[in-house]
Design a binder for this molecule. Structure first.
Ligand SMILES: C[S@@+](CC[C@H](N)C(=O)[O-])C[C@H]1O[C@@H](n2cnc3c(N)ncnc32)[C@H](O)[C@@H]1O
Length: 240
């Protein structure tokens, strides 16, 4: 299995490569107002369910009460689909990664109210989490639902489904692990299909786009797309 970062022997080259990649973030931190309840959830529940970002590899056995395959979600937003999936597909452990504070607060309230034990959160750039905290060949699945579309051509380099990040994602999946991506932006969907197909260690589980996978609940952004009559495009690839 090739490492995501091709500079294992040379720290200077590796650091330059990382800082170039990290300079092009896939998000902009919005000022987004937190409700009092969200703030309180972060203060009171954060210590129980939010893991600190760190440079050390995560050891799921130290974190979750039961040992199960781990699925990571990049950018859960307000976490509407996240907690439903954690409850309904409880044969997995989940790690939701999001930079947006109000969403973290909201999801923490759901974890408390529904007594969810197989879901933890990291509030940090998911790219850095994948690079630093997730062992190669370890994830059972990766969810990316309605990522920021970055519609302007000059911003396409910020999209999560760009070739170097797809290589990184693929490298963190275990053999047979899945990458499940959904967007309502047609040109992003086409670009994502092309990029995933070009990744040597991923294989499309379907011919082109996938049908809607029956267990995926509707997300907040999907609701918005439906109101605006935009269809969704699903991609489901397996680590080969
Ligand atoms: C358009 S929203 C979609 C949210 C949710 N998945 C949904 O469908 O409702 C995209 C989310 O991804 C988050 N995001 C984008 N890049 C990220 C990254 N590198 N790490 C963590 N979160 C990220 C943003 O903060 C934002 O909340």
């Amino acid at each position: 299995m090739s490492a995501a970062i091709p500079f294992a022997e040379d720290d200077t080259a590796k650091n330059n490569f990382l800082s170039r990649r990290q300079a092009i973030r896939s998000y902009v931190l919005r000022a987004g107002r937190m409700t009092e309840a969200q703030k309180r959830a972060i203060e009171e529940l954060g210590p129980l369910h939010v893991l600190p970002f760190g440079e050390e590899l995560l050891k799921p056995s130290d974190i979750y009460p039961e040992s199960k395959p781990l699925v990571l979600e990049i950018g859960f937003g307000m976490g509407l689909a996240t907690w439903q999936i954690a409850l309904e597909r409880s044969e997995y452990n989940y790690l939701g990664v999001e930079v947006h504070g109000p969403g973290v607060g909201r999801l923490l309230m759901e974890i408390r109210d529904r007594s969810i034990s197989n879901l933890k959160i990291i509030q940090h750039d998911a790219v850095e989490v994948l690079e630093s905290m997730i062992s190669p060949d370890s994830l059972a699945g990766l969810h990316i639902f309605y990522p920021d579309p970055w519609p302007k051509k000059r911003h396409h380099k910020r999209r999560l489904l760009r070739p170097d990040l797809v290589e990184l994602m693929a490298s963190r999946l275990a053999l047979g692990g899945y990458l499940y991506f959904v967007t309502d932006i047609e040109d992003y969907a086409e670009q994502a299909l092309e990029t995933l197909q070009a990744c040597g260690s991923l294989k499309n589980a379907y011919e082109g786009f996938a049908p809607r996978i029956e267990w995926r609940p509707r997300t907040k952004f999907e609701g918005r797309a439906m109101v605006e009559s935009r269809p969704s495009f699903e991609l489901y690839f397996l680590r080969a």
